[in-house]
Design a protein around this ligand. Structure first.
Ligand code: ADP
Length: 193
């Protein structure tokens, strides 16, 4: 039984996952009582634990070894005897077991020109920028999340707008509130009451 929820923060590259996760972890550490949320960058795990089989020049990205990656993710979130509190930052929900994750947050940037600028400023080639823009327009990550964790109405998948700078703070606060409510709802069970 987890004492803190695990949350998967997902969305198309450039929507603000890393910025939001960093803000959330920081807000949680300052809340009273402080909550020990841990940012798990799947990008870092892919690189540091060699969960890749090569580099795709066209897509300017590592070719991920999904099986190895998911083994590493499972190990990572089992850390602390599975106490939870992992904020997982990745552009896809594929491969994640539904039971690992209590909430999926899909960040959305529906202002295409804003997303375009963020992606282009990373030095991505036009094809890669376009591919990511299409994925965002068609809601690919969101659909994938709903297939795994149920429809948005179920409350396990939430979509949050991440267009302007204020959205980062607002989203981090909303997710933190969700964490606190989760703790309230589940606390009695973990305390054996
Ligand atoms: P991701 O992790 O989803 O790829 P990042 O958090 O790395 O995205 O954000 C990419 C860039 O876009 C960063 O420079 C970040 O500051 C900016 N950014 C992301 N979301 C927002 C937002 N809601 N408002 C303003 N800038 C944002």
């Amino acid at each position: 039984m987890r004492s803190l929820p695990n949350i998967l923060v997902t969305g198309t590259p450039g929507v603000g996952k890393t910025t939001t996760c960093t803000q959330l972890v920081s807000l949680a550490s300052q809340s009273s009582p402080p909550l020990d949320l841990k940012h798990v960058s799947i990008n870092d795990i892919v690189k540091e634990r060699s969960c890749h089989t090569g580099y795709d020049e066209e897509l300017q990205t590592l070719i991920v070894d999904d099986d190895k990656l998911m083994d590493e993710v499972e190990k990572e979130i089992a850390d602390g005897d599975g106490a939870g509190g992992f904020i997982i930052d990745w552009h896809s929900t594929a491969g994640f077991a539904v039971r690992w994750v209590d909430l999926v947050v899909v960040l959305r940037c529906d202002e295409t020109s804003v997303l375009y600028d963020r992606l282009a400023s990373r030095g991505y080639r036009d094809e890669k920028v376009q591919e990511n823009m299409d994925a965002e327009i068609f809601g690919v990550v969101s659909e994938e999340a709903k297939e795994g964790w149920g429809e948005v109405e179920d409350g396990r998948v939430v979509e949050l707008k991440s267009v302007q700078a204020e959205d980062i703070e607002e989203n981090a606060e909303r997710i933190l509130l969700w964490v606190k409510n989760w703790v309230k709802d589940h606390g009695s069970k973990t305390n054996g009451e």
